[in-house]
Design a protein around this ligand. Structure first.
Ligand code: UTP
Length: 291
């Protein structure tokens, strides 16, 4: 039995990199082929044994709640028209997990977004999965972290190696190796401008003890004037210990335009009905580019 039953999904950011698409539609609802990014995240959480998803949402985020709710008119119409497969697919989404929606009144940063879940979490370890970070893996990303948490009973963050030229774009963690894929984090810093302590970037999956809330309440705004989760993690590492886990699988940053396009291609290639047509198109496009 998994020790982690709740997962916080922060989805209250402004999504400025996707304007104007995100003017009225939350970034997390943009589809990867035909499935909104956030549905992949919720499915990953459920596959890891999570029962309650705590969605942190902003002002224009009702679409996310609606997506995971029953749509009576649509379901009735599909049934009446004998579209049973489509009906089942829609109905399944509404029953994936119990969903608690919490409003983050202002986008004050990821640390602040997580802090908004304090009451809903109470006194138990919980997962955090960013609403725009996709992990394509045989063992779901969150499950890999939960297993690591169960081994150490310490907070865990997902790590991925990045080129040194990109360390300024991520939270970067460092510390001694304690297992094949594990380090004990003694240093974690948000978007280091220079002298990054390693090339291990913190990616949008975490399993945290509830004492992280104490730390998030006392930290001051950091990089970009936001309450940074990374600063809370640094304090957690100091006081309680924190493990970094180099996850297995491929990560796509669907919150970035290029990452979003790459994710669409990668996921479309996994669909038998799209695979050949897309390969043909890419071959033709590459050939035309070379001319
Ligand atoms: P990002 O920094 O990628 O999201 O945060 P953003 O701020 O929406 O993006 P841009 O830079 O303006 O395009 C990572 C995740 O944390 C959530 C976002 O919704 C995203 O899923 N987030 C961020 C919050 O929920 N609240 C915040 O205050 C900030």
């Amino acid at each position: 039995m998994s020790s982690v039953k709740k997962c916080v999904v922060p989805a209250a950011g402004l999504g400025t990199r996707f304007l104007p698409a995100t003017k009225a539609v939350p970034k997390e609802m943009l589809p990867i082929v035909d499935i909104p990014t956030i549905q992949y995240i919720v499915e990953e959480a459920v596959a890891a044994g999570v029962e309650n998803v705590i969605l942190i949402q902003g002002r224009y985020k009702a679409a996310i709640e609606d997506h995971f709710d029953i749509s009576y008119e649509l379901e009735r119409t599909l049934k009446e028209r004998g579209k049973n497969k489509e009906f089942e697919a829609l109905h399944r989404i509404a029953n994936l997990a119990s969903l608690t929606a919490i409003r983050q009144k202002e986008p004050l940063g990821l640390g602040h977004a997580v802090r908004c879940a304090e009451q809903a979490i109470g006194n138990e370890p919980f997962a955090v999965a960013l609403g725009d970070d996709l992990i394509d893996a045989q063992v779901p990303g969150i499950k890999q972290l939960v297993d690591c948490y169960d081994r150490h009973k310490k907070g865990v963050v997902a790590l991925m190696r990045v080129p040194e030229s990109q360390t300024h774009l991520y939270g970067i963690a460092a510390g001694p190796k304690i297992g094949e894929r594990e380090i004990r984090i003694d240093h974690v810093v948000e978007k280091p401008k220079k002298d990054a302590p390693s090339n291990l970037a913190v990616i949008g999956r975490y399993v945290l003890p509830s004492k992280i809330f104490l730390m998030l309440k006392s930290i001051k705004p950091g990089v970009g004037g936001e309450i940074q989760l990374t600063d809370g993690l640094a304090e957690l590492a100091r006081v309680d210990g924190l493990i970094g886990y180099e996850f297995e699988g491929v990560r796509h940053d669907a919150g970035d335009r290029l990452g979003y396009l790459e994710a669409n291609i990668a996921y479309a290639l996994k669909r038998p009905e799209l695979h050949d047509g897309l390969i043909d198109y890419m071959k033709k496009t590459l050939a035309a580019e070379k001319k």
